[in-house]
Design a protein around this ligand. Structure first.
Ligand code: NAD
Length: 475
């Protein structure tokens, strides 16, 4: 396959200032598939400078024009969906079905925000005392720094780029080191759709921290949107304080999955297969802690294990495989270590549990006899490992679900009114009720507690890139 391996600065693809590169690896066999340009700190500053120069005219560009460029990008990515998916398979390791689903989801953000670009709300009303007109208009925040992780290399970028560009912001995208090829392809699609010079820029500094810190100190940067771990999010929030940059944070998760008494167990297993196994478990939304009521525990575990046993694991380019590789050998070993710890703490492996000898593969794995306080329940597994806790009481299940510093998403399976009541009591930004996947570009995505700040997608997503201006006028 041909890949773009350069930086994109001020409308041009180019090598890094020092001409150095880093290797991009196919995790299914460890081979190096590309050498990507390393951005120097000077390259990063040049990217922000370009975004700063492009900002006034992009902010003043008619919403309809901005909208049509986003729509054009949607058309390009839709037409090339299979190629788009293959890039992700190669650099991330995920299965082809997972990559195709991500390509569809990622592309949809351009269509959704093409539609939102022309519907930016404002207000015009008389004050209660009648002494003035209250005019509220919304303006783009400014140059936006967008930092994304490797697990959804396309969707995490488009979920930021599309609303930022729709709002009239100019952008610098910093993808994860593991997955720059997908990001470069998305940026090229925007260029092909007619995005003007400087409006989007792509940089890949190594090491990341100092270069990002420097960009955040650039006076033109007014917005930072980050998706990644809570740990790095905390660091960036501290850095953002220095220049009082507006931040949106999509951070880690530790999703509870509750199976209540009376749940439709076939539906619960179907939901569990998606909530746990989508993206090989490498998702912030991945079901991490299963709390299953004693009355249905045995049957749920048997049915779920039977489905997990059917999962076909292997290289993503073989389209029959439904479970690809983890992103790296380090991730594979991290998952294996968590399973070993769980066993040492008393859990039993009833399926899987042995890492691959070649490539970063870990099989679909079932652990029973886990207790709420176990290490595996307080750690993001980020792999295809199911940890089941048996609980005898619904209130206790809800208490356990809420006993976490994270609050991104939860899943509840049960009779509808009982499940809805549980959903209302769970402290999370999103809850799937009798559904194993809730992400939708038209719905607000985001978490409570240390899972983040702000929302992406929906009509709220564009507001993260807009600032209100109030004008008080004579009546
Ligand atoms: P990560 O935090 O290690 O890296 C995310 C990004 O931050 C990468 O681009 C990385 O290069 C960059 N980065 C790392 N150190 C930095 C620093 N000091 N300064 C600036 N940037 C820095 O996360 P990851 O391992 O790539 O992704 C997995 C994490 O992302 C998981 O915790 C997962 O839950 C989270 N995630 C959250 C969401 C969400 O929407 N809430 C979605 C996907 C992933």
């Amino acid at each position: 396959m041909d890949y773009i391996t350069d930086l994109f600065i001020d409308g041009e693809w180019r090598a890094g200032g020092e001409g150095t590169t880093f290797g991009v690896t196919d995790p299914s066999d460890g081979s190096t598939i590309a050498q990507f340009a390393i951005a120097t700190e000077a390259d990063c500053t040049a990217a922000v400078d370009a975004a700063e120069r492009a900002f006034p005219s992009w902010a003043a560009t008619a919403p309809r024009v901005r909208s049509e460029i986003l729509r054009g990008t949607f058309e390009i990515l839709t037409a090339e969906k299979e190629y788009f998916a293959e890039i992700m398979v190669r650099e991330n390791g995920k299965s082809f079905p997972d990559a195709l689903a991500e390509a569809t989801y990622a592309t949809e953000f351009f269509r959704w925000f093409a539609e939102e670009a022309v519907r930016i709300p404002g207000e015009f009303r008389l004050s209660p005392s009648g002494d003035k007109r209250i005019v509220v208009t919304r303006q783009p925040v400014g140059v936006s720094l967008l930092i994304t992780p490797w697990n959804f290399p396309a969707a995490m970028a488009t979920r930021k780029l599309a609303p930022a560009l729709a709002a009239g912001c100019t952008t610098v995208l910093k993808p994860a080191r593991e997955t720059p090829l997908t990001a470069a392809y998305v940026v090229e699609a925007l260029r092909r759709a007619g995005l003007p010079q400087g409006v989007v820029n792509l940089v890949t500094p190594v090491p990341t921290g100092p270069a990002v810190a420097k960009m955040m100190q650039h006076p033109a940067v007014r917005k930072m949107s980050f998706t990644g771990s809570t740990e790095v999010g905390r660091t960036l929030l501290k850095q953002a304080a220095d220049t009082v940059i507006s931040t949106s944070m999509e951070l880690g998760g530790n999703a509870p999955f509750l199976v209540l008494p009376g749940a439709d167990l076939d539906l619960a297993v179907q939901g569990a297969m998606v909530a746990k196994m989508r993206n090989g478990g490498s998702a912030c939304t991945s079901a991490n802690r299963f709390y299953v009521h004693s009355s249905v525990h045995e049957e749920f575990v048997a049915k779920f294990t039977a489905e997990l046993a059917k999962v076909k694991s292997g290289p993503g380019l073989d389209r029959e495989n439904t479970l690809g590789a983890l992103v790296s050998i380090e991730e594979r070993d991290k998952v294996a270590g968590l399973v070993e710890t769980a066993v040492a703490e008393g859990a039993t492996v009833t399926l899987g549990g042995t890492p691959s000898k070649v490539g970063a593969f870990y099989p679909a794995t079932m652990l029973t006899g886990v207790t709420h306080g176990d290490t595996i329940n307080s750690t993001e597994i980020f792999g295809p490992v199911t940890a089941i806790v048996q609980v005898g009481d619904v209130d206790e299940m809800i208490r356990m679900a809420n006993d976490s510093i994270y609050g991104l998403i939860a899943y509840v399976f049960g009779e509808e009114s009982l499940a809805l009541r549980a959903a209302l009591k769970i402290d999370a930004g999103m809850v799937g009720v009798n559904r194993g996947v809730v992400s939708d570009p038209a719905a607000p995505f985001g978490g409570t507690k240390q899972s983040g700040l702000g929302r992406e997608g929906s009509s709220d997503g564009i507001l993260e890139y807009l600032e209100e201006k109030y004008i008080g006028m004579a009546p």
